[in-house]
Design a protein around this ligand. Structure first.
Ligand code: UD1
Length: 372
């Protein structure tokens, strides 16, 4: 449909599922709400449902409440994905959107893309093209499948475009728009720095590091997790570490009864503003998260990624990220290296806080050229 010939707004179902999705959607929904051409309708699948994993992020990011909450909850990959598919189909049928927009690489992303495509509703994928080339990661399967059926693919870094072209995606479907997560970071960082969590933890003028860990490959195997926690305890002897613990990891740590070192402080999961406050004030971040590799690069904070690969190579090539591996020896080696020669990065192209505007421009072009 041509925007010039339609009288009604372009209705886009925007899908959120899990914690890393919210900060990508918030700036996009805000930009759409300010543009009379668009009518964004937020659907939350409920893949993440705890207040600390979802509700707090809606409040911190000032997102509108979802028009639909599918309340799927947790389960095996098959159960969760199937439940999202079953519950999302009637929403698409009743809403009759012009497109379904999915973000990132979680189970909700691939499930909702599949539903839309089978109903012949165009699919827009934000953060398309990232590849770890490690198909043991559930996220990599979600990425490859979502991209294969997406109509408009919005990428955060050049590697995304290269990967999609190599997979045979037509170049006119791919747009480098930059990083919506960094839009959120720039929009919120000054507010976040006033959150006061640093004061409450007694960290106002102390050097400290921040840890996150939740990848199944790192936390589901007790020996693997014990090794990583041992390395962290060693590092904590010279730099106190603060570790907001994901529910998956909390359950694993409790079941193996690991007593953490005094200087490795476990916290409950933090909301967006509290976490951004601590991250922006930390000396170093150790993580296996995808998004945090990007946020540390944007903030210029050294990051040790506790993985052997990354689907976000620009954070290593241009940013402050180092792949530290997942063995105690490799982590401690990377820690020494980072201390001896801290990595000074630069900000990747289009990680400038204005990605949402470029997303909307790409959407307008897409609908203007769409044959229906
Ligand atoms: C999911 C995403 C992962 C993302 C991560 C961010 C997939 C395949 N994985 O992994 O890509 O990096 O979110 O957090 O989509 N739980 C709660 N409360 C919640 C949600 C989960 O307690 O609100 C617990 C449940 O016990 C659940 C476990 O955490 O079984 C794991 O949650 P799940 O959504 O299956 O995967 P994540 O590890 O969070």
């Amino acid at each position: 449909m041509r925007l010039s010939t339609i009288t009604m707004q372009t209705k886009i179902l925007c899908v959120s599922g899990a914690r890393p999705n919210f900060m990508k959607l918030a700036p996009l929904i805000r930009e759409m709400q300010d543009d009379p051409a668009f009518n964004p309708v937020l659907v939350h699948t409920g893949q993440h449902y705890d207040d600390r994993m979802a509700g707090q992020f809606f409040r911190d990011l000032k997102m509108p409440p979802p028009a639909h909450n599918l309340e799927v909850g947790s389960g095996s990959h098959a159960q969760q994905t199937a439940e999202i598919i079953k519950r999302f189909e009637p929403v698409v049928l009743s809403e009759q959107p012009h497109a379904v927009l999915v973000v990132g690489d979680v189970n909700s992303t691939v499930a909702c893309a599949l539903v839309a495509k089978k109903l012949q509703v165009p699919v827009v994928h934000v953060e398309a093209g990232l590849r770890s080339f490690d198909r043991s990661m559930p996220e990599e399967i979600n990425r490859v499948l979502t991209d294969a059926i997406s109509d408009l693919l919005l990428v955060t870094e050049e590697s995304g475009r290269r990967n999609l072209l190599a997979e045979g995606i037509a170049p006119q479907r791919i747009h480098l728009v930059g990083n919506l997560m960094i839009d959120s970071l720039r929009f919120n960082v000054e507010t976040a720095r006033q959150s006061g969590i640093d004061v409450r933890l007694g960290l106002s003028d102390r050097r400290f590091g921040l840890v996150t860990l939740h990848r199944p490959a790192n936390v589901d195997d007790p020996d693997q997790l014990r090794g990583i926690l041992g390395a962290l305890a060693e590092i904590a002897k010279s730099c106190p570490l603060y570790f907001p613990v994901h529910p998956r990891t909390r359950a694993r740590i409790e079941s193996m009864q690991f007593s953490t070192a005094a200087a490795l402080t476990l916290l409950e999961p933090l909301g967006y503003l509290d976490f951004l406050c601590l991250m922006s004030r930390s000396s170093i971040v150790l993580t296996d998260s995808g998004g945090i590799q990007e946020e540390t690069t944007a903030l210029g904070i050294p990051c040790l990624t506790l993985r052997t690969n990354t689907e976000r190579p620009v954070t290593v090539e241009e940013g402050t990220n180092i792949l530290a591996g997942t063995t105690p020896a490799s982590i401690l080696k990377a820690w020494d290296q980072m201390n001896a020669d801290p990595k000074i990065g630069r900000i990747p192209r289009y990680w400038d806080g204005a990605a949402a505007g470029r997303c909307l421009a790409a959407l307008k072009e897409f609908f203007a050229n769409s044959p229906n």
